[in-house]
Write a protein that binds this ligand. Structure first.
Ligand code: PLP
Length: 464
């Protein structure tokens, strides 16, 4: 195996990491145990990664969290960022920038019906902007201040976003949360019994699941509900694509009760589902769309909160109210590296026709997973959209009892030992950390897809 890099003092780096880095989403013990070294990624190319020991990995999750949509090692993005930074790196506040204007124009062309882009740095921040927009509008439009979010959806890590968080593991011990956020039920057909909709299927189920949102609006009082925030396909909460008929009914409900529709495209946006945005698969017309991860594929930090003209117009100058402008700023939202990277990222997706590749590779991934389902009784459900797929593991297909978390993690670890990185959903509902996640870069080849699912096949055989 050729290792395409050299690292000076790998041992020193490993020990520095062990001594000083507080890792995301991790318990300390494995990092402090001197018998186990922290895994440090050093280089990437396409879907391949090399860690500090020289081991090669195939990345089946686009940087762990559905981000590196165009793959690793894209020198042209790095060059564009470098050129931009040398020319003009930053001026914050209300002044504009060349790449900021150019990317906003290009993005809006992909989003008919929307017209304004507010820049920030992370998905959480973009969602916070959206929540603040809704709250500020509520102050002018009566009492419509409540924001609905869905069980199992995740919108970010800040206290505001956790207030809109439907995942218990992420929320536990961080409350009290902000008032005025109200949960609506999820729409996972495989678990429809939990929703009391076990007797329905197909479009009937989808419409009924959407009607559960209507019930919450009616219970809370439509005059108090300002917005509904949903992921197009729930990501960390279990890879939950919407059932047939769900989104059109959600749109109808929002229109009927004058509820702004905020779609969180932080994961699904920029090609992951096979369209530029997940909502576009359903002909939905959102009022607010937030996006982050794939916008610049992790080559720079950038997120966007995009709105319609109608939303923007609510912040028009009003002599009677000097506070009626969006009083929001993120220092680094004015950084030019993000939009410079995003412009190149978008150009790559267009030039390489990656949306078509997503469609083709999605079919292959789903077919492979369905074949695995025939072979392994532990796979209870296979679902997904584009290059964003999940396999829910169960202890018993009949009762659908989730497979024990330790076993799910053993499958992930076995794949890791084979040099294949896959993900598993977090504990959105206690005992529900049981969905394997596959979200390779949009450039994935048929061989890479097969390599991924072959590793899962071997891991399932060994672990179960
Ligand atoms: N929204 C969704 C759907 C996400 O999955 C995430 C992160 O995983 C976020 C928002 C938060 O994004 P960030 O981690 O960039 O703040």
């Amino acid at each position: 195996m050729t290792v395409p890099f050299q690292v000076n003092d790998p041992r020193g780096i490993i020990e520095a990491d062990r001594a000083h880095v507080w890792h995301h989403l991790s318990q300390h013990a494995p990092y402090l145990d001197t018998a186990v070294d922290p895994r440090i990624i050093v280089e990437g190319k396409g879907l391949k990664l090399w860690d500090i020991t020289g081991k090669e990995h195939l990345d089946g999750v686009s940087g762990g969290v559905w981000t590196v949509n165009v793959g690793y090692g894209r020198a042209r993005i790095a060059d564009a960022v470098r050129d931009q930074l040398v020319k003009m790196n930053f001026f914050g506040g209300s002044l504009g920038s060349v790449p900021g204007a150019q990317f906003a124009e290009r993005l809006i062309k992909k989003m008919p019906g929307l017209s304004r882009v507010f820049y920030a740095n992370s998905g959480s921040e973009a969602n916070e902007k959206a929540f603040k927009i809704v709250r500020q509008i509520a102050h002018r439009k009566g009492a419509k201040h409540k924001i609905l979010y869905r069980d199992r959806d995740y919108h970010g890590t800040t206290i505001g976003c956790l207030s809109a968080g439907g995942q218990q593991e992420r929320n536990a011990q961080y409350g009290p949360f902000a008032p005025g956020f109200v949960e609506v039920p999820h729409c996972l057909e495989y678990r429809k019994d939990e929703l009391g909709l076990g007797h329905l299927s197909g479009e009937d189920f989808g419409v009924a699941a959407a009607n559960l949102i209507k019930d919450v609006i009616l219970r809370e009082g439509p005059d108090t509900v300002g917005a509904l925030c949903l992921e197009p396909v729930t990501a960390g909460g279990g890879v939950i694509p919407p059932p047939e008929g769900y989104w059109p009914r959600v749109q109808e409900i929002c229109r009927k009760y004058d509820v702004l529709l905020h779609i969180d495209e932080v994961v699904c946006g920029i090609g992951r589902t096979g369209a530029w945005f997940g909502y576009q698969q359903y002909g939905v017309r959102p009022d607010i769309v937030t996006m982050a991860k794939g916008v610049a594929s992790g080559y720079a930090a950038i997120s966007c909160c995009v709105t319609t003209d109608a939303v923007f117009e609510m912040f028009r100058d009003d002599p009677s109210d000097p506070l009626n402008y969006f009083r929001d700023i993120s220092t680094f939202g004015g950084c030019t590296a993000g939009p410079a990277a995003a412009l190149e990222n978008m150009a790559i997706i267009e030039e390489e026709d990656l949306l078509a590749n997503v469609d083709a590779m999605s079919d292959r991934l789903m077919d492979n997973l369905r074949r695995l389902m025939e072979k392994h009784a532990a796979i209870g459900d296979v679902r997904g959209m584009g290059l964003f797929c999940g396999a829910e593991l169960v202890a018993d297909r009949k009762t659908r009892e989730p497979l024990a978390e330790a076993q799910v993690q053993a499958v992930v670890k076995d794949c890791m030992a084979q040099g294949v990185i896959i993900g598993a959903t977090n504990r959105s509902v206690p005992g529900r950390n049981n969905t394997l996640c596959f979200s390779p870069a949009l450039i994935a080849t048929a061989d890479e897809i097969d390599h991924l699912t072959d590793a899962v096949d071997r891991a399932l055989t060994r672990v179960l």
